[in-house]
Design a protein around this ligand. Sequence first.
Ligand code: NAD
Length: 265
Amino acid sequence: MDISVPLKDKVALVTGSTSGIGLAIARALVANGADVAINGFGSAEEIDEVTKALAADSGRRVAHFGHDLAAIDEAGRLVEAVTAQFGRVDILVNNAGAQHMASVDEFPDEQWNRLIAVNLTAAFATIRAVWPQMRDRGWGRIINTASTLAFTAETRKSAYVATKHGILGLTREVALEGAQLGITCNAVCPAWVLTPLVAKQVEEKAAELQYSFEEAARNYFVTDMPTRRFVETHEVAAAVLFLCSEAARSITGIALPVDGGSLIA
Ligand code: NAD
């Protein structure tokens, strides 16, 4: 897919970019000329491989920052560390996400707190930390990965659904505060994307119903979407890339579904 958005000399920080959607976003940003700070977990070998491949394919600066966004202080430190190494952060993509499934009466405190911290509080803290430099330069792009679950709900996902609804509120608030500062803030809202986060849910459903992985995927996940196929990671990345472009400078505070029509079905 050829979508070209000139981002040369821009520095992007993508949280949760060692796999899945975040990695695809990092790939799209370096391919369009940005230097990219990646963040997230994984083995040292995997992260080294990902970092080197991104840099080699694009010729851009790429570095990994291992900050654990479950701690609010770490989110601020992440922005500081990236700014110290790359000199600036022009594009912030809050994509790190965690999931835990349990009925509301059995939802453990520590999982509730972890999801609120990673999926919502970390985004607030990184935004707060990048704000002064984006304001002073009069340019910034903030994109938060929400979900179709920012609009709908699903059983056994109370914390996840609450954080995804919450991130839309934060997106709109930040969009208002940035409107006269050259800073836009938007959310992308994917439906099912077959990443490690979702593969785990497909495996659980397959085990519960004694289905194969493919049967569970087809009967319980893909059927949610009118297109009857998973959304691809690069399709979410393309939406993020557009929101980073100059063409999108008057687009702020939106929640852009990348959902194969799920929300209208
Ligand atoms: P993924 O598991 O492939 O990626 C999650 C990323 O977040 C990984 O890089 C992981 O290491 C990182 N991460 C998790 N906890 C972290 C922490 N405490 N500190 C730092 N990094 C942490 O999953 P994904 O599906 O690519 O999810 C990315 C985002 O997309 C999430 O916000 C998720 O909620 C959202 N999303 C996913 C889907 C889907 O169907 N896959 C749909 C809608 C929204």
